[in-house]
Design a protein around this ligand. Structure first.
Ligand code: HEC
Length: 264
């Protein structure tokens, strides 16, 4: 009798193995990535990548035990739930308010020691944060939150000792193309044209990131310059009336012009 039960269980476990989880990661759009947008120092990048990105992004590296059902289902559920709550790969698409709220939640989770999940650090020793790493990460998130709140051009963007920053040619060309796209006059009653404009501008942002060879402080400054613009391009895709759209368009043109005050 006992033998039969054990054999029965064994057969069930074997059968379970045929129900495999889907481990393909959704496609990654670099311009929406949390790290790409916020450009943290390398230590912070390392912490985020080793302690959070497996669950909260589209860059999941599945552990070996995710090959074994029913543990695999449990892992998959965790990842699905984590991505719904906070997805670093879709950060750029979050509205400003949501970004702010998620940053606040991150601070809370870290302060309460709830993230990364305990079950995860059992098997990922490098994800276990030292007290110093935790403080470092919390401080950086707080700083990022404040920076986000000051949605003005002086959010840290400044000249290089009174001189303009050197940009690479491709970056300047990209900004110039954005200007050409953003200055198109939209006829009355064509609200959808603004959405199309936002979409084209976002494609240009993607090209700009791909071709950018700027490094160090120049690169930081470009980030400070471009991030609020990306928010505005995104908003253009969702405007609900023409007055709003026209104000936004004017604002974008002003910002694009402002590039030449800081970069050459
Ligand atoms: C093993 C997977 C896993 C890892 C690693 C992980 N999380 Fe989570 N996280 C989850 C899951 C699952 C949820 C949703 C359920 C919950 O709140 O417990 C979540 C929820 C959250 C939330 C939203 C909480 C809320 O109240 O809505 C935040 C913020 C968060 N995690 C931040 C982080 C940060 C920061 C890290 C890295 C330091 C991290 N997580 C690492 C799985 C993970």
């Amino acid at each position: 009798m006992k033998k039969k039960i054990v054999l029965g269980l064994l057969i069930i476990v074997v059968i379970l193995q045929f129900f495999r989880i889907d481990k393909t990661n959704p496609e990654i759009n670099r311009i929406d990535d949390f790290i790409e947008i916020n450009n943290p120092p390398q230590e912070i990048v390392n912490i985020l990548k080793s302690a959070c990105y497996d669950c909260h992004s589209h860059e999941t590296k599945y552990p070996w035990y995710s090959n074994v059902a029913p543990i695999s289902w449990w892992v998959k559920d965790h990842i699905t739930e984590a991505r719904e709550e906070l997805n670093f790969s879709e950060w750029g698409a979050y509205k400003y308010k949501r970004k702010d709220h998620k940053l606040e939640e991150m601070i809370e989770m870290l302060e309460e020691g709830k993230m990364p999940l305990n079950e995860y650090t059992w098997t990922h020793a490098d994800a276990k944060l030292t007290p110093e790493q935790k403080i470092q990460l919390i401080n950086w998130i707080k700083e990022t939150r404040t920076l986000g709140k000051i949605k003005k051009w002086n959010n840290g963007l400044h000249l290089n000792n009174g001189k303009k920053w050197k940009a690479n040619e491709e970056t300047t060309a990209s900004i110039n193309r954005m200007f050409e796209i953003a200055k198109i006059d939209v006829e009355e009653g064509r609200l959808s044209h603004y959405a199309a404009m936002g979409e084209r501008l976002n494609i240009e942002v993607e090209i700009l990131f791909k071709d950018c060879t700027m490094k160090g402080e120049e690169h930081n400054q470009l980030h400070l310059y471009i991030v609020p613009l990306i928010d505005k391009f995104g908003s253009l895709e969702f405007v609900s009336n023409e007055d709003e759209a026209m104000i936004l368009q004017k604002d974008i043109l002003k910002d694009l012009n402002n590039y030449h005050n800081y970069f050459e």
